[in-house]
Design a protein around this ligand. Structure first.
Ligand code: AMP
Ligand code: MG
Length: 600
């Protein structure tokens, strides 16, 4: 994502505001005051619409339209580089590199609200928009027409002298060695998303708290390679052999000496099939007919494919072939050599790993014990499928989505069914599940105002936190331990269950299983429809991403996003993640997508 370490060695300061606040007017008034103080200023402005600084009919315009991807036009007073970017808008950090920073003291940025770098928030009450500072830790000061309760420096939006002085001091205090901290200058207290909802946690904070409390399974066992799919390696693996064992032919053809390429014809002295060998040294003028995978004969280091050969009795010619020394030969140990590290402990075994273990001659793999997960659903309205639907009930879908996701992770599952809203019953099942399994998952009953049975049961059994995660869907989440066993109380809504599982349970299970080399895949995609979110929470919309004709990823939503609409998960191939500092994503802007393939 944004790597601020590569940013220019210059102070960078933005103005964050909703349109209508008067960013440009303010900047226009500030610039002469700043330049008067001796600062040399560059401005980066982001425009949502398509703009053109050129004029139809001008030479530069004509040359651009004729195909100049970059058009540099220069005169005595200025020069302008116009760069066409039909595929995608240039990246913020790339744009910063376009400045001639030797000739600047400060870069001011107008727009780019969603990108992390220090900003002053501009706010006018009459515009009627929410504040940004409480959800954006990049805001280091406020210029507004009203006061707020915040530790950030505050100025009047109409007091240009104070704003100027703030900027001058900011530029003066800029410390080039702390470039990587630019988004969080030490003089500004970090305001985090928490301040949005005092009892709430951001997604990352929730993930960190959970992962910190999970300890990896230690017990290991040996399983047959064919049964090892999805298991996690308990030890490093080192190759005991060379793969391939011998230098061999990559083609069906003829082996000759690399120092003997120019003969009119060669005498075919032997024919070698895979699994056999020709043990004599090949001589000048000789060829050995050889099959793919057969060891090349001594000195026979070059193979010409059969399609380029004309064999006549015991003689072969290569009339059309352009022969390079060493061609079509695979070297011994080319894939893996003796003693080479192959896998580290914590690697999850999938199809290629199964094949590689076998190719090293291993019939078994040392793996960590399977993680056993106990699950149940709660709620008097929840009914098991397979029986006629009762009045006022819904079929239990959560247990089945959870079972699917647990199967995908290679867990052993203990299904305790549906537990009625009865405190005694719930306490019993929770307690025995905690003793019998490595993790307990339930769904339903953790939202505010629910019948409190599971909460009462949990209070009795362990230290469970009831969190409000600043995310949608999936705000309520209970997490803690019962008898040292991690417990998750997932929300009841079917989509919230899946999104919470993906964000919190899956990373926890992978850590419990001992997998060390995993991070979820994320990518950037261009939004083809406007996406709404709310500041202060992470929004996970269900999306469908695909590649457009320019080879870029595009994403749309699956439509209705209610957290009870499980069909949206079925139609989606990704979650669209909109960070807490963003409220709306416009068409054409970039968003983060989390592919779901292989995860649900
Ligand atoms: P709760 O958090 O228990 O109030 O549940 C929130 C919503 O999710 C309610 O509409 C429940 O009926 C629904 N719900 C709870 N458990 C399940 C389940 N196992 N399967 C499907 N929907 C559920
Ligand atoms: Mg319920």
């Amino acid at each position: 994502m944004n790597d601020s370490k590569q940013r220019p060695n210059l102070p960078l300061l933005g103005f964050a505001a909703y349109s209508g606040t008067g960013k440009t007017t303010l900047l226009e008034a500030l610039l002469p005051m700043l330049t008067e103080s001796g600062l040399r200023i560059g401005v980066l402005k982001h425009a949502h619409h398509d703009f053109d600084v050129d004029k139809p009919g001008k030479d530069s315009y004509r040359l651009r339209k004729a195909g100049a991807g970059q058009m540099l036009i220069s005169s005595r007073k200025r020069h302008v580089l116009m760069t066409e970017t039909p595929e995608a808008e240039a990246d913020f950090d790339y744009l910063l590199t376009r400045f001639d920073t030797d000739k600047l003291d400060l870069i001011l940025v107008e727009g780019c609200k969603n990108i992390a770098f220090p900003k002053i928030e501009l706010h006018r009450e009459e515009v009627g928009k929410p504040w940004l500072y409480s959800n954006d830790s990049n805001i280091i000061a406020i210029a507004a027409d009203t006061q707020v309760e915040s530790e950030l420096p505050q100025m009047s939006i109409n007091d240009l002298e104070s704003i100027r002085d703030f900027i001058i001091n900011y530029a003066k205090d800029f410390n080039p060695t702390s470039l990587s901290c630019q988004s969080k200058p030490s003089k500004a207290p970090a305001v985090c998303c928490d301040s949005f909802s005092p009892a709430g946690l951001s997604v990352t904070q929730g993930q960190e708290k959970i992962l910190d409390s999970i300890t990896t399974e230690q017990l290991s066992e040996n399983v047959a390679v064919e049964s090892a799919y999805g298991r996690v390696l308990a030890e490093d693996v080192v190759s005991p052999i060379n793969v391939p064992q011998n230098t061999n032919s990559a083609m069906d053809g003829y082996a000759i000496r690399g120092d003997d390429l120019d003969q009119e014809q060669y005498h075919v002295v032997a024919e070698v099939f895979a699994g056999h060998s020709y043990d004599q040294e090949i001589q000048k003028g000789q060829a050995v007919k050889i099959m793919t995978g057969a060891p090349t004969p001594i000195a026979g280091d070059t193979v010409i494919m059969r399609e380029q050969a004309v064999q006549d009795g015991d003689f072969v010619r290569f009339p059309e072939a352009k022969i390079d020394v060493g061609q079509n030969v695979r070297m011994a140990g080319e894939d893996l050599s003796v003693g080479q590290a192959v896998f580290t402990q914590g690697t999850r075994i999938e199809a290629p790993e199964m094949g590689m273990m076998a190719s090293l001659g291993f019939a078994t793999c040392p793996v960590l014990r399977k993680v056993k997960v106990g699950i149940f659903s709660t709620g008097d309205e929840v009914q098991a499928p397979g029986t006629p639907q009762q009045a006022n009930s819904i079929y239990d879908s959560n247990r089945f989505t959870i079972i699917g996701m647990l199967q995908k992770l290679g867990c052993e599952i203990v299904d305790y069914g549906i537990i009625e809203d009865d405190q005694k019953k719930m306490t019993e099942v929770l307690h025995s599940a905690a003793l019998e399994t490595d993790m307990v998952l339930t769904s339903g009953g953790v939202s505010v105002g629910d019948a409190d049975y599971i909460k009462l049961a949990l209070d009795e059994l362990g230290e469970i936190n009831f969190w409000r995660i600043n995310m949608r869907p999936g705000r309520p989440l209970a997490y803690g331990k019962i008898e040292q066993t991690p417990f998750f109380g997932l929300p009841g809504n079917p989509v919230a269950v899946m999104v919470s599982f993906i964000n919190f349970v899956e990373p926890a299970i992978r850590k419990l299983q001992g997998q060390t080399n995993w991070t979820p895949v994320k990518a950037n995609a261009i939004a083809t429809e406007q996406l709404r979110s709310r500041q202060g929470r992470t929004e996970f919309s269900r999306g469908v991403f695909s590649m457009n004709e320019h080879g870029q990823l595009e994403v749309r939503t699956t439509g209705k996003q209610g957290s009870g609409i499980l069909r949206s998960m079925s139609e989606a191939n990704c979650l669209i993640e909109i960070s807490p500092s963003v409220d709306t994503v416009k068409v054409g802007e970039t968003v983060t997508v989390i592919p779901l393939q292989g995860r649900i």
